[in-house]
Each structure stands twice: as structure tokens, then as C-alpha cells.
Design a protein around this ligand. Structure first.
Ligand code: 5GP
Ligand code: MG
Length: 267
């Protein structure tokens, strides 16, 4: 079944802060951007907003030019035996290829274009969560034409018994993010517990804005009311590996995103 597409909207809290004065002077003010990068047609809509929403004396983000946005459909998951053949050496482990290398490359390029547009002239700090982001991050960063700073946070979830889960921070930020625009990068948004906990922790450090960019979004399993302002693909409720994502620390090196055979794990 094809992945459902959905639209997300950046909230005023999550909107990046002001551009540099030079960048502000070049661009129209008082607009609010609603990025619809989940949708099959990458799309941006504009709405007027008060300058107060962007902060006193600050200029709101400029209107993007929709003409610049690439338009192409999201990757479609294929059932076992579908169009995306699993390479022979992975057939014992994987049910199918969900997102091909080519689809990943195209989508990462689109995300990079959107991010470069939205953060031009801003003081951007990318905060990536270890370890699942490494492959996605390396591809994305090299396509961001921005003088950004990069830092990492480590967070792990440990199951306690069968129901409760405790999130443990295994690495803290090294860079100062106060009054800066932060882009949080994660591999997959599942229940939302991780993203909510990390966003809350970052917000306590006084950044100008915090937005999230995830490669994959699995909305069927959401427990917390949190969303990513930028997402690569919406995926169905299957356990995926590859392109940085692991199962028991394996499969991160797959160049595509695959569906793990359910008999290999018990959830
Ligand atoms: P959340 O806190 O949103 O439930 O979970 C986020 C984390 O769970 C991800 O960063 C990832 O480590 C892990 N996760 C959730 N779904 C999947 C999946 O389908 N495959 C893999 N490999 N990890 C997942
Ligand atoms: Mg993770």
C-alpha cells in the first residue's frame, strides 16, 4: 500500500528566528511560511502574520518562491515481491526494499533545498541525534549551502519491564545554542517520545527557534503530540533498517531503507 502523505505546518514557536540584517533587507517581511514538504508535491503556502509573532523588532521569514521547489512523488512502499528487489545477499534479512537509493538521494536533495532556502541568513546550528542519523546527515549536510555549525546529542531508550520506557541522554551538546536557530535531525519519528524529550531539553537552553527534520515519519505509532517540520518520507507501521537505521546495531550500512523480516525480531 502506498505511504500516506500528509501536511505539516510550522508553529510560531518552531519557526526560525530572524535573518541577518543584510538578508532581511533583501527579502520581503511579514509573511509566515507553511511548508508542505510531506506532500507528494513539495509545496509552500504563505500567510500574512504580525511582526510580533516573530519577536519584537524582528523580521519574519521571507516568502519562498514555490517555482524553485521540485515536484515529485514520495517513495511508495512495495509489498514483498514488489518492484524493488532486495539484493540477493540481504534476502534472508529483509522482506523488501521500502525506499531505494535513488529515491533517498532525490528526497534528500529536496530537503536540502528547502532548508537552504529557509535558513539562509540565519545562525543555524544542526543538532543530530546519534547514531541513526549518520548516513542521512552526511548526505544532507553536504547539500546545505549554509555556514552552519554541527553538534550531536546522544539519547537512548531503555525498556523497563514491558511497558514503560526511560529515555537516557548519553551525550550532551557541546556548542552554545542560546539565541540561535536549531535544526534537530533524527532518523525516524515513531512514538514521538524521543523528539519531544529532545525538543524540551533544547528549548531549556534558550535557542531562538527549534525545528525538527527527520528522514522518516511513522505517524501510525505516534503517542506524543509532536511533529517534524521537515520529513523525508511517511512510512507505514513496519520496522525499517538501513541508511543509518539499525536492528541490534546491524544494517546501518545498507544504502537503501529496507523492511526487516518480522521473524527476526519480537516487538
Ligand atoms: P520514538 O521515540 O519516536 O518512539 O522513537 C524514535 C527512535 O526509535 C528512532 O530514533 C529509532 O532509533 C527508533 N525506531 C523507531 N522506529 C524504528 C524503525 O522502524 N526502525 C529502526 N531501526 N528504528 C526505529
Ligand atoms: Mg534514534
Amino acid at each position: 500500500m502506498p505511504a500516506k502523505t500528509k501536511t505539516t505546518r510550522a508553529t510560531s514557536e518552531s519557526r526560525p528566528g530572524p535573518r541577518s540584517p543584510a538578508a532581511s533587507a533583501r527579502r520581503p517581511s511579514s509573511v509566515r511560511r507553511q511548508a508542505r514538504i510531506h506532500s507528494g508535491k513539495a509545496h509552500v503556502a504563505e500567510a500574512a502574520t504580525s511582526a510580533g509573532e516573530a519577536g519584537p523588532g524582528l523580521t519574519a521569514p521571507a516568502a519562498p518562491t514555490t517555482d524553485n521547489w521540485p515536484v515529485h512523488p514520495l517513495a511508495t512502499p512495495h509489498p514483498a515481491g514488489g518492484g524493488n528487489a532486495v539484493p540477493p545477499q540481504w534476502r534472508a534479512d529483509l522482506l523488501d526494499v521500502l525506499i531505494t537509493e535513488a529515491q533517498l538521494a532525490r528526497r534528500v536533495q529536496e530537503l536540502a533545498r528547502a532548508l537552504t532556502h529557509d535558513y539562509v541568513g540565519r545562525d543555524l546550528t544542526v543538532v543530530a541525534l546519534l547514531t541513526g542519523t549518520v548516513v542521512f546527515l552526511a548526505d544532507l549536510l553536504r547539500r546545505l549551502a549554509l555556514p552552519l555549525r554541527l553538534d550531536f546529542m546522544g539519547v537512548s531508550s531503555y525498556r523497563e519491564g514491558t511497558a514503560s520506557r526511560e529515555l537516557v541522554f548519553t551525550k550532551e551538546l557541546r556548542l552554545e545554542v542560546r539565541h540561535r536557530d536549531v535544526l534537530l535531525v533524527d532518523d525516524i519519528l515513531d512514538t514521538g517520545r524521543t523528539l519531544l524529550a529532545v525538543k524540551t531539553r533544547l528549548a531549556a537552553l534558550g535557542p531562538r527557534s527549534v525545528r525538527a527534520c527527520v528522514l522518516l515519519d511513522k505517524p501510525a505509532r505516534r503517542v506524543e503530540p509532536v511533529q517534524a517540520e521537515y520529513a523525508g518520507f511517511t512510512v507505514p507501521d513496519v520496522f525499517v533498517v538501513g541508511y543509518g537505521l539499525d536492528f541490534a546495531e546491524r544494517y546501518r550500512n545498507l544504502p537503501f531503507v529496507g523492511i526487516l523480516r518480522p521473524d527476526l525480531y519480537a516487538r
